[in-house]
Design a protein around this ligand. Structure first.
Ligand code: AMP
Ligand code: MG
Length: 482
């Protein structure tokens, strides 16, 4: 371990000794036949004091799940329920993952190392507890891209191929297997509160709420019990509105916005059938099984607001329902402010003008109507650069009369840190994108020839983009966002 390794096991302290009821179950990892290290996140390992591990030690911890020093001694499968596509499901929980360790980063944030594909648990139902290698590769691509584009997201920490042959309906089978470790700012899902509410366990709801306040929202200072819970809910509403706006500004469709995929810290996580939108089409849908477009690109704010209402319903067991409703009622305003802030950030413009949201609405309306390529527009207009837009392969889109009022608004705003345009990334003709054909091409090289070079090259391009934009999507501030 490096000297900045700061173990901080906390979730197991929710219970006195014995079993983990009603919050978790102690579980054992699967015994995999093979361990091929495919990905190590060296950047984030450095920030949590784990960069110095040899590949062998890394594999022991993140493939065989030997406990980290002074950390959780056994993995914890976290208990939760959730609304899936708006139907309540009391059968779920950590069915193929567990909480492996907790530690602090260089900002003092309490982070979790959690797994996906680490074996069966009491919540696996009929599932094998496994993750396909393609699923792991896809999660890495999503998280790297989102972090670079300014989304507060979990990080992919490790991916180890495990040598099993999996049967899947949505991938050619047998499919290669892997175990992923993610670094995230809590794994407390809205669904964890829903489960405790379902069990009518008000004392446990209170304990879990206090865990969230103490570890994620320590700035909440109300002393009255009910006020503290309302303040917690209000904070989660604000963070979640920000998250929905971040997905929009990134052109990202999460795909499965069930309440068990919503984190109390407002961090984006759990990437299954996600997609980036090629154009600003509100109906663009990621998951093939989302036939009605419930979680389509343009419905993500509505989906998160609905999920917040379910969280509020669970918290109503321990706080005043009217006060919770009032807290949720602010979502619309929070979201507007978040949209203005996030789109201005992506455009390299300084926020703060009274017309910011009007500018964003005009831009999005034009993008939707024109079908201009999503990522290219933000690349071309970064820091309000007319000259770069004139050189763009998309310049014809900007020559139409419909664009004129949008251009006027973009050019009227003050630019933020335009020296960023000098960086290597902005010398390209086209931006770095992650459209579905590119994802499939990265995967095909791995599937057909075990060629990881296309994947590595993409990660290199994303790193260049992250360093150029410098959105610092992971700098977390306990201060209120607005
Ligand atoms: P997700 O759609 O990935 O958020 O997962 C929803 C629920 O299904 C969670 O309780 C998962 O743990 C569970 N699950 C998904 N895939 C598997 C699997 N292969 N084996 C066991 N449980 C799974
Ligand atoms: Mg999930």
């Amino acid at each position: 371990m490096d000297e900045n390794y700061q173990p901080a096991p906390a979730f197991d302290r929710l219970v006195q000794d014995g079993d983990g009821a009603p919050f978790f179950d102690r579980v054992s990892p699967a015994n995999f036949p093979e361990h091929k290290l495919r990905y190590r996140n060296r950047r984030w390992a450095g920030r949590v004091g784990l960069a110095g591990l040899s590949d062998e030690a890394w594999t022991d911890h993140f493939g065989r799940f030997h406990a980290l020093p002074d950390n959780l001694q056994a993995p914890l499968a976290i208990r939760y329920h959730g609304h899936q596509f708006r139907a309540y499901n009391p059968e779920i929980g950590d069915g193929r993952g567990f909480l492996f360790a907790q530690l602090r980063d260089d900002q003092g944030r309490l982070l979790d190392l959690g797994t996906k594909g680490s074996g069966q648990t009491p919540y696996s139902r009929f599932g094998d507890g496994r993750l396909t290698l393609k699923g792991g590769v896809r999660e890495i691509l999503a998280t790297e891209m989102l972090e670079a584009l300014g989304v507060y997201t979990s990080k992919s920490f490790s991916l180890i191929e495990t040598g099993e042959a999996l049967q899947r309906n949505d991938e050619p089978s047998p499919a290669r297997s892997a175990v992923l470790v993610r670094l995230s700012h809590s794994h407390v899902r809205f669904g964890a509160f829903q489960r405790l509410a379902y069990e009518k366990d008000a004392a446990a709801i209170k304990r879990l709420a206090e865990y969230c306040i103490e570890n994620f929202y320590p700035e909440i200072s109300d002393e009255n019990n009910e006020d503290r819970v309302v303040a917690l809910f209000r904070a989660v509403v604000v963070r979640t509105a920000m998250l929905a706006a971040q997905w929009m500004a990134a052109g990202f469709v999460h795909g499965v916005l069930n309440t068990d995929n919503m984190n109390m810290t407002g961090e984006s996580f759990d990437y299954g059938p996600w997609r980036f939108a090629p154009i600003a089409d509100p109906e663009f849908t990621a998951a093939y099984f989302d036939q009605t477009g419930l979680y389509a690109f343009g419905r993500q704010a509505e989906a998160t607001a609905w999920n917040l209402a379910q969280l509020g319903g669970a918290l109503a067991h321990i706080a005043d329902a009217d006060a919770l409703t009032d807290a949720l009622r602010c979502f619309g305003d929070d979201y507007e402010r978040a949209m203005a802030a996030q789109y201005f950030k992506r455009l390299g413009l300084k926020p703060g003008g009274a017309d910011d949201y009007a500018t964003v609405k005009a831009l999005l309306g034009w993008m939707t109507a024109s079908g201009a390529p999503y990522e290219q527009v933000f690349y071309d207009w970064f820091c309000g650069s007319q000259s770069r837009a004139n050189e763009s392969p998309a310049r014809d889109f900007y020559a139409t009369p419909d664009f004129a009022p949008v251009r006027e608004k973009l050019l009227a705003a003050e630019v933020d840190d335009p020296e960023r345009l000098e960086r290597a990334y902005f010398q390209r003709a086209q931006p770095c994108t992650m459209l579905i054909d590119e994802v499939e091409a990265i995967w095909s090289a791995i599937a057909d020839r075990d060629d990881w070079s296309v994947f590595e090259e993409k990660l290199g391009a994303i790193a260049e983009m992250r360093e150029a934009y410098e959105f610092k999507a992971s700098e977390y501030s306990a201060e209120p966002l607005f």
